[in-house]
Design a protein around this ligand. Structure first.
Ligand SMILES: *[C@@H]1O[C@H](CO)[C@@H](O)[C@H](O)[C@H]1NC(C)=O
Ligand SMILES: *[C@@H]1O[C@H](CO)[C@@H](O)[C@H](O)[C@H]1NC(C)=O
Ligand SMILES: *[C@@H]1O[C@H](CO)[C@@H](O)[C@H](O)[C@H]1NC(C)=O
Ligand SMILES: *[C@@H]1O[C@H](CO)[C@@H](O)[C@H](O)[C@H]1NC(C)=O
Ligand SMILES: *[C@@H]1O[C@H](CO)[C@@H](O)[C@H](O)[C@H]1NC(C)=O
Ligand SMILES: *[C@@H]1O[C@H](CO)[C@@H](O)[C@H](O)[C@H]1NC(C)=O
Ligand SMILES: *[C@@H]1O[C@H](CO)[C@@H](O)[C@H](O)[C@H]1NC(C)=O
Ligand SMILES: *[C@@H]1O[C@H](CO)[C@@H](O)[C@H](O)[C@H]1NC(C)=O
Ligand SMILES: *[C@@H]1O[C@H](CO)[C@@H](O)[C@H](O)[C@H]1NC(C)=O
Ligand SMILES: *[C@@H]1O[C@H](CO)[C@@H](O)[C@H](O)[C@H]1NC(C)=O
Ligand SMILES: *[C@@H]1O[C@H](CO)[C@@H](O)[C@H](O)[C@H]1NC(C)=O
Ligand SMILES: *[C@@H]1O[C@H](CO)[C@@H](O)[C@H](O)[C@H]1NC(C)=O
Length: 493
């Protein structure tokens, strides 16, 4: 009896086991049969019904002759039966639209359709993909709204929709606890930055530049302590840069250029010791450049051009920023001695130096130290610089462009400048330079633009100008030159 009972128990167990197995198989078949039609629906929509099919790889490759897990761009899970977990079809010239039926790929965790020509809207049904962690749709022709359902993608870590034609406002992404990267630059977004953005507490990168966003830069952004990149440039933001930004001590890249920002650069910015790029250009920022900004010893690009900044450049700027590559301060009302350049001697990577249209005065230093290694652009036109052109400029052997125009420079052009064999552009106009134009000028075979206009140069126009075969623009007007125009000039094609 006990034996029979044991047997029946065993049978029962087997039956249960079989039932389980067949249920599993049934469920599995159902699962993988939902992925296939979704993929086929995607294919049909993104090949625009076949017209563009011939140059589109998925039109050829995605055929039911082979299991979909072997199709180009399709990644499957290892479980049995396999489910689609990733779709990477970036840069495949896809056209047409994104099928809303993609939302039936319920195991999808990564969708990369970037750099195609997909148009239409982003289907709101994507909000039904609870596992989606990566959504990359940048560089397409997508229009319409950012789907409101995005707030339901609770697994989302990275979303990139930049370089599309998306309009409307930015959804409040408060419910995305895992979001680390938001890239929606180069679209047509309007409205304000939602305050709730500051509650996505592990955000590391925000790219919203090149849109039509308005309102102020919310001070609550100062709560995003993990932020490394904050890119809000080329929008229509108003108000001051909130002091709370100074709490973002991990920030490496801050781009606020091309907005309507006012107010001063706050002292708190001095806490941003990890900044590598600071772009505040083309705003209405007032006040002076705070000395505390020199705390940013990792700075590579500092761009404050086209504002209303006044006062001197902190003397320690160059010393404290040894990695500086590009320094743009043009179009402000900065003043003080131009000799602060000497303090940049430490910056051996400095490549671009531009302070055009300010009120710097004094004389140019003669020694440029380590600047000689990489400096290619030296632009100091439209200031009040006096004295002579220093011979030491001839040591900046990599110089491509030298702009000293509209200052109060006197004396002759030092011969050392003819050593600058890479020079292509030289603006010396509107100074009080004297002497003759030496025939050595013909050795400057890379020159494209020469402007010596509005000075007191005298003597002959050298014949050797005809040897500067790349010359495109030559301006010698308003001088005291006396000679015929050399025939060699007509050789310049
Ligand atoms: C997607 O799933 C829904 C049910 O959840 C079903 O009605 C629809 O037909 C499915 N679409 C595809 C393409 O499988
Ligand atoms: C296309 O699909 C087949 C499966 O039929 C696969 O083996 C092949 O490598 C795929 N890729 C390309 C680029 O054709
Ligand atoms: C769907 O699953 C079945 C097994 O249930 C498998 O034989 C088949 O290859 C799968 N289909 C695809 C397209 O992967
Ligand atoms: C998609 O593939 C491209 C190149 O094939 C790669 O660069 C990119 O990182 C992939 N996308 C994802 C999300 O892995
Ligand atoms: C975009 O795709 C094209 C080919 O369609 C490729 O040449 C280009 O390098 C891709 N650009 C990016 C940024 O991936
Ligand atoms: C988010 O999901 C819930 C539950 O499925 C749904 O009721 C709601 O409409 C969704 N929200 C959006 C904005 O789609
Ligand atoms: C930012 O943090 C402060 C406290 O430090 C808090 O009062 C405020 O509500 C936070 N703002 C947001 C938008 O989370
Ligand atoms: C920066 O953070 C500290 C500590 O969380 C807070 O007390 C302070 O108010 C914040 N500063 C600004 C300007 O928001
Ligand atoms: C910034 O530099 C000043 C001195 O110039 C110093 O007192 C301050 O502690 C520095 N701040 C940080 C965050 O390093
Ligand atoms: C130039 O660089 C060297 C080492 O890179 C450094 O020792 C020297 O002090 C620098 N010169 C100037 C003038 O800063
Ligand atoms: C220019 O460089 C030469 C050698 O490279 C050096 O002897 C001279 O002192 C430098 N002149 C100036 C003004 O720095
Ligand atoms: C122009 O260059 C040629 C060849 O290099 C040279 O012979 C000639 O003297 C030069 N002409 C002038 C006017 O410098």
């Amino acid at each position: 009896m006990a034996f029979l009972f044991a047997i029946s128990k065993c049978l029962l167990f087997l039956v249960v086991l079989l039932l389980h197995a067949s249920a599993a198989i049934a469920a599995a078949a159902l699962d993988n049969s939902t992925d296939l039609p979704s993929l086929l629906a995607f294919k049909a929509a993104s090949t625009g019904g076949g017209g563009a099919a011939s140059n589109n790889i998925i039109a050829v490759n995605w055929t039911t002759d082979a299991p979909f897990c072997t199709w180009v761009g399709v990644g499957c899970s290892r479980q049995y039966p396999p489910r689609v977990v990733s779709l990477n079809l970036s840069s495949l010239s896809l056209q047409g639209t994104i099928s809303p039926r993609l939302s039936n790929l319920s195991f999808l965790s990564s969708l990369d359709l970037s750099n195609n020509s997909l148009s239409g809207t982003i289907p709101d049904t994507l909000g039904r993909l609870p596992r989606l962690a990566t959504l990359l749709l940048s560089r397409n022709l997508l229009s319409g709204l950012i789907p409101p359902s995005i707030v339901n993608m609770s697994s989302l870590v990275s979303i990139r929709l930049s370089h599309n034609h998306l309009s409307g406002s930015l959804p409040a992404l408060v419910l995305l606890p895992r979001i680390e990267k938001i890239g929606i630059g180069s679209n047509l977004l309007t409205g304000h930055i939602p305050v709730g953005l500051a509650r996505c507490s592990i955000l590391q990168k925000i790219y919203l530049s090149i849109n039509k966003l308005t309102g102020s830069v919310p001070s609550s952004l100062g709560n995003l302590s993990e932020l490394v990149v904050l890119s809000l440039g080329r929008n229509q933001f108003t108000g001051a840069i909130p002091a709370s930004i100074g709490n973002l001590t991990r920030l490496q890249y801050l781009y606020l250029g091309f907005n309507h920002l006012k107010g001063e650069i706050s002292m708190e910015m001095g806490n941003l010791v990890n900044l590598q790029e600071l772009h505040l250009h083309d705003n209405g920022i007032v006040g002076s450049i705070p000395i505390l900004l020199c705390n940013a010893s990792k700075m590579i690009v500092l761009e404050v051009s086209t504002n209303n900044l006044i006062g001197p450049v902190p003397a320690t700027l160059g010393k404290s920023m040894p990695f500086l590559r590009r320094l743009f301060m043009a179009e402000n009302a900065l003043s003080g001695g131009i000799d602060f350049i000497a303090s940049l001697a430490n910056c051996k990577d400095l490549n671009f130096f531009e302070v055009i249209t300010n009120q710097f005065e004094g004389v140019l230093p003669d020694a440029y130290g380590n600047l000689s290694m990489n400096l290619q652009y030296f632009h100091v036109s439209l200031n009040h610089i006096s004295g002579r052109i220093p011979a030491g400029l001839g040591n900046l052997s990599n110089l491509i462009s030298l702009e000293l125009a509209s200052n109060e420079l006197r004396g002759t052009i030092p011969r050392t400048l003819w050593r600058l064999k890479k020079l292509q552009v030289m603006y010396l106009g509107s100074n009080r330079l004297t002497g003759s134009i030496p025939s050595d000028i013909g050795l400057m075979t890379n020159w494209a633009t020469i402007s010596f206009t509005d000075n007191e140069f005298s003597g002959q126009i050298p014949d050797s100008l005809g040897n500067i075969s790349r010359l495109q623009k030559l301006d010698l007007a308003e001088n005291k030159l006396s000679s015929s125009i050399p025939l060699s000039l007509w050789n310049l094609t």
